[in-house]
Write a protein that binds this ligand. Structure first.
Ligand code: Q0Z
Length: 286
């Protein structure tokens, strides 16, 4: 006898326990913009995000162990090893955007990392930087200095997280750039297994855990259009929505345009047609 027990909800994902050692991570078709989940779903978004995570987990196995055990037949779920999760979010930035840009404008630094002067919004950094944050249970993640992070996970583990996170980002950003997608920044979650070994968990290099920018529209000195969510943001702002709950319903042209953007990101990055993935999710793992 076995039962799947719901153990957690994210804004757009659900987590279930399969048994004592295994979890099922299910990506829904829900979409959030300006931190609000919208009432309208984007068909196939969950399958696109799960397929992308699977693709990257398979391709980064040589850099670090990961929690992926297999993809569900439905293409939207991942069977994972259950880990002891580490209490920091591992953020890597290759470009100056979002809270990194805000912090740089105020102080010239991001998470205690001093940057050269004269950088513009969305500029590429001289090298990728590691800017970990707290894992807030409510509200927003807060930046951590290296010292604070070391106090949370230990100095040795911190150094390993920084090295592995930068290696992962550099590999994926290089691959994405060859397909015309700039991976501006990304967030990882890690855990440890029963032997205390570091294991990469959660989702990786999806448009929900990373900023994807279309390279052919890249222009530093301004904020960049999001590869996946720009139609939704533009539509929501055109309504004069104040970005508080509840968000607006989306018209069908915005839904279909956004769905096409997710499929395009999936196909460019994996080199696999979404139709083929839908019929046989394991194709992204080889
Ligand atoms: C991931 C999350 C989601 C809600 C816990 N391999 C793992 N072992 C232990 N814990 C986790 C994982 Cl991935 C774990 N989350 C994030 C995901 C819904 C929360 F789909 N929380």
């Amino acid at each position: 006898m076995s039962e799947t027990v719901h153990v957690g909800s994210g804004k757009v994902r659900e987590l279930y326990a399969l048994d004592d050692e295994r979890l099922l991570l299910v990506a829904s078709d829900r979409i959030s913009v300006f931190d609000v989940v919208l009432p309208t779903e984007i068909p196939d978004k969950g399958r696109v995000l799960t397929g992308l995570s699977g693709f990257w987990f398979a391709r980064t196995r040589g850099l670090v162990r990961n929690h992926l055990l297999g993809l569900g037949e439905d293409g939207r779920s991942m069977e994972c090893r259950k880990l002891e999760m580490l209490p920091i979010e591992c953020v890597v930035r290759g470009y100056l955007a979002g809270s990194g840009w805000s912090s740089y404008k105020k102080s010239g630094e991001v998470c205690g990392v001093q940057l050269p002067g004269g950088l513009r919004e969305s500029d590429e950094l001289p090298e990728p930087i590691f800017t970990p944050t707290t894992k807030a249970t409510t509200g927003h993640d807060e930046p951590l200095t290296a010292k604070e992070s070391g106090e949370l996970v230990g100095a040795e583990r911190f150094a390993e997280l920084e090295r592995v996170s930068i290696e992962l980002y550099s590999y994926a950003a290089g691959h994405a750039r060859e397909q015309g997608i700039i991976l501006a920044d990304t967030k990882f979650e890690f855990g440890t297994d029963e032997e205390g070994q570091l294991v990469l968990a959660d989702e990786i290099f999806t448009p929900d855990s990373s900023r994807f920018w279309p390279a052919d529209e890249y222009e530093p000195g301004r904020s960049q259009a999001s590869f996946d969510k720009q139609f939704v943001r533009d539509y929501a702002e055109s309504l004069g929505w104040d970005k508080s709950y509840p968000g607006p319903d989306l018209p069908d042209d915005v839904v279909q345009g956004t769905r096409q953007r997710y499929l395009e990101a999936f196909e460019r990055l994996t080199g696999v047609s979404f139709e083929e993935y839908a019929g046989k999710p394991e194709v992204v793992l080889s």
